[in-house]
Design a protein around this ligand. Structure first.
Ligand code: GTP
Length: 360
């Protein structure tokens, strides 16, 4: 079986991080997000992956190449213009040889893909959609189905209080190639808004596969931090040890590490710094004496100078936080940023480049 993973979005909600790193390459505990998805596909026996890309594609192609390092075959199809979620799969039609998984490239889930294949074989129809239940479905695509799982309706972002169900589209589909016949070529088409409703209107069957798996869309800064908390605490199982973990943990000379903390290779933390809980430090970071970091994710080569404080913040590679700077909760700092000593960045600050670095 094949899988098509959509990796062409601009990731506007993760800016300024995505000005320097496309969303699929944003690290989850030091490993590009897309690598996590490919691992899951590999575990389910899927080796043939098609990546419709468009935004900063070279960052993806350079890292994964033809896939042979992962014992997979990766085919890239680069869009000149964004084609949308359905347009992107129509554009890779010639590579599709049978039923295939289609996945949003920004979903982290513990969904059992083999079980979903078995469900599709049992139900038939043109496709199966993974659904999950959420408390507030009003900001998602709601999917209504009957007891047999057959889907009857799609309702995008219903106003609060009018939601017909709390089951939402979780962004993993198993599709029959006939779905491609419902997508007009050469233009931007949304699978959620246009193609799935058109399939239902034609009397064809789509089935819901509702599970209680871990599921999150990492495309928003607050979700990105939640994912890291969940991985560090073991709620989302990835190969991260509990407590103080990572290749840099052994040489971390810090009396004030508050678990869970993950420390990348080559990272140095001064003894008098306070780091944790829920902190991930990338490779070769330098954390100076008196600095305090809590509930935050720092990518590689980040320098935090004396006395700086950082809370609920994401900092991209090669940035420097000057001495005694205070970074307010919910801040996002892009690549190569320099926060001057003593700066007080209010909550929710966005600091960094204001335009893509080498994009499209
Ligand atoms: P935001 O701008 O923050 O909404 O992020 P996004 O651009 O990634 O959009 P969204 O989160 O809605 O996209 C869901 C998934 O579809 C992501 O994996 C995107 O990479 C992917 N995607 C969205 N639009 C396109 C497109 O036009 N082409 C391709 N190939 N992928 C897309």
């Amino acid at each position: 079986m094949q899988a098509v993973i959509l990796v062409g979005g601009e990731g506007t909600r993760l800016r300024p991080l995505t000005f320097g790193t496309p969303k699929p390459m944003v690290p989850i505990v030091g490993v590009p997000f897309l690598a996590r998805t490919l691992e899951r596909l590999y575990e389910a026996g899927i080796r043939d992956v098609i990546l419709p890309a468009g935004y900063m594609p070279q960052a993806i192609t350079e890292y994964f190449g033809d896939g042979s390092r992962l014992d997979m075959k990766i085919t890239y199809v680069i869009e000149d213009e964004p084609l949308g979620t359905a347009g992107a799969i129509k554009n890779v039609e010639k590579h599709i040889t049978g039923p295939f998984f289609m996945m949003n490239g920004d979903v982290l889930t513990s969904l059992d893909l083999r079980a979903m294949i078995a469900y599709h074989q049992e139900k038939g129809g043109l496709g199966v959609l993974h659904l999950i239940k959420v408390e507030d479905p009003s900001s998602f695509g709601c999917v209504v189905h009957d007891e047999s799982g057959r889907i009857s309706q799609f309702i995008e972002k219903p106003p609060k209080g009018t939601e017909p169900t709390n089951e939402i589209n979780a962004g993993t589909y198993l599709l029959d190639p006939k779905v491609l016949d419902f997508i007009p070529p050469g233009r931007n088409v949304s699978i959620e808004r246009e193609t799935f409703p058109r399939i239902l209107a034609d009397g064809q069957r789509l089935y819901a596969y509702t599970t209680e798996d871990y599921w999150i869309d990492v495309g928003r800064p607050e979700h990105y931090l939640t994912v890291h908390r969940d991985v560090l605490s073991g709620v989302m199982p990835l190969e991260v040890e509990p407590g103080i973990s990572g290749a840099g943990a052994a040489n971390a000379d810090c009396a004030n590490l508050i678990a869970p903390v993950h420390i990348g290779e080559g990272t140095m933390i001064a003894r008098e710094a306070r780091v944790g809980p829920n902190v991930v430090l990338g490779k070769n970071c330098r954390i100076a004496a008196g600095a305090a970091i809590e509930d935050s994710v720092l990518w590689d080569d980040v320098v935090v100078e004396e006395g700086a404080t950082i809370e609920e913040t994401i900092i991209a590679s090669r940035s420097t936080i000057g001495a005694n700077a205070k970074i307010g909760k919910g801040s996002v700092i892009g690549h190569d940023a320099r926060v001057e000593p003593g700066t007080v960045a209010p909550e929710g600050s966005r600091i960094g480049p204001s335009a893509p670095i080498g994009a499209r």
